[in-house]
Design a protein around this ligand. Sequence first.
Ligand code: LAG
Ligand code: CA
Length: 657
Amino acid sequence: MEHLVIPEGTSEPAYPWWQRYQPISYKFESRSGNHDEFVDMVQRCNAVGVRIFVDAVVNHMAGLGRSGTGSGGSSFDSDQHDFPGVPYTDVDFTPREMCNSGDGNVNNYGDPENVRNCNLVGLTDLYGASSEVRQKVADYFSSAVDIGVAGFRVDAAKHMWPDDLKAMMDLTNNLNTDQGFPANTRPFFYHEVIDRNDGAVTVQQYYGLGRITEFRYCQKITWGIDDFSQLWGIYDPGWGMADPDKAFVFVDNHDNQRGHGGAGDTITYKQPHNYRLGVAFTLAQPYGFTRIMSSYDFGTDTDVGPPHKSDWSTDDVVVTADGQCSNGWVCEHRWPSITKMVRFRNAVAGALTADNKYNDGNVVAFSRGNLGFFAMIKQGTLSMNLQTGMPAGTYSELVTCADVTVNGDGTAQITITNEEEPIFAICQGCSCDDAPIVTATQGPDITPTTPVPTTPGPTEPSITDGVHRTVIFVQKQTNDGQDLFVRGGIDATVRPGCTDDVTTDPCAIDHTVNSLGTTTHYDKYNAWSEGDTKLDWFGAEAGQGTYGGQAASGTPLAWTSSNPSNPGYQPLNKYGDHYWMLDVDMDCSQTEQGWFELKAFVSNSGDGWEGDIAQAGNCKGAAGGSAPYATKNHVGRCGYLNVFSFDSGSCTVEILA
Ligand code: LAG
Ligand code: CA
């Protein structure tokens, strides 16, 4: 928004970075550009799947003692509470008698009234209880959303009453469908609340409003990188840290990297070795919703603004041949291991825990379910055999692109030789080359009230009529003797009148199973698909075939491979071993807008039912598309080829030739 400008020749530093935390109006006219430039940036970013989140300062306006003209040309006079560019007048500011401090400034963090009703470092405090203020802030939020912004960081939320924030948020428009957001999607909000277990305002008071910054994480990661033995305790509920599905975490931010708000033990780009380890660990571990910092080099001047030209306008970010930044910009997000670890985080989003942990004080390693494996080393090089928890196969290590072999028992030889980027990461579905980073899916750790927007992808038309060939792959490595089945149809909460009698259940979908081959490899599939007439939520149908006296546990899938010399080779399998396959002719008229649901089931002392699935956003693949409603199951498209992974929210939808 339009902000204070501090020119040369005053007693204060010229054009300090923090001048933009003193709002003058809600016009998009700032040191970063004008309204048209902002619209252009947001819309070009959306077009390539990059979402923009606005840092919104709505607790206050400019500081007392200041007057003049803001960055967008609006006049103002803080002492008079006069901001005609909004407009705000005296009635829009917190009445002086509601602030109990002598000088009107926040000075008692033990008292929530003081923290929220007084002026933060002399900044004129907006009266969030006023319906007019609420509406004006909401109008500002909505104007950003209408342009195509995906959400907001709420500055100084600690100094605002949660009820006021909620009212402002509730008055804000849904995200803009013309900019590729699904209909009825709320903006993503995260609130800046500095809670170190040291005052009356806590992160928990903001639950229900979105994510909340967890500044204790900054300290914990600093201590943990210094002493690896502390890393397993990085989320410490005993210290009041926000729940995993509420916390918003980062290694450093624009304040604490330069000794401003929430400073303390903080690692920054100035300690590149520790910083790489800290960011890599943060992106690898499951706690919180992560943000990475990207800075300019401020040297030792904690006030200095961004690199600038002789007229003080912000200077260009110059990208060098090796993909790094120059001209004063640090661009941590382009450091090789940091970029690659973003891919890792997206790939393992479905796994909520760290498993197969190893920590000897110099080497830290863990897996995320069977989706990915991470290791880092503090000093020296690494060559060690470790349990990765991953399916056997060859993976491309993300940082070095070296091939890594995971053995049948899940172990692998883990090697790190680059002491500059001492990080190792492999994951399913990841590649180390320059292919576009996998689209972030909405992992289960994202609060459902604030859905993360999806990237518009290719979408083929939905097939809602007639019987069409439909193929389903589910990636799952089972043990010998176990088999994979699927159960599905439509969820009872979506379609009324569902029953538990498969012959009449309107949630079941008619299909006939197609043969995949007649060799012995397909004996079980062929036996169990005999008499299987529906995709339904139950086990065997009456009259469904048995194999060796064993009943089916649903609709059977066959183990397949992409390897032509394997007896389970299927030409449609482009993915690898352990892709269980089902080929049916499905009645698409019985689906929901061309979509159906399913979950896998592993028989014979296997996992049984698959866990709940959080599939969100656009599916990958040439057909793509996103499910028309939220459910706890995989959702596939009738008439297409669907690829899922057991216990994962990922989906790919391809066109069947
Ligand atoms: C924030 N979070 O709650 C921002 O992350 C933080 O960067 C902001 O402070 C703060 N809230 C207010 O939005 C920054 C600087 C302050 C600066 C303030 C306003 O850390 O140092 O205060 O922005 O520009 C400056 C002067 C103060 C002066 C005040 C009012 O440094 O000495 O009292 O302006 O004139
Ligand atoms: Ca306030």
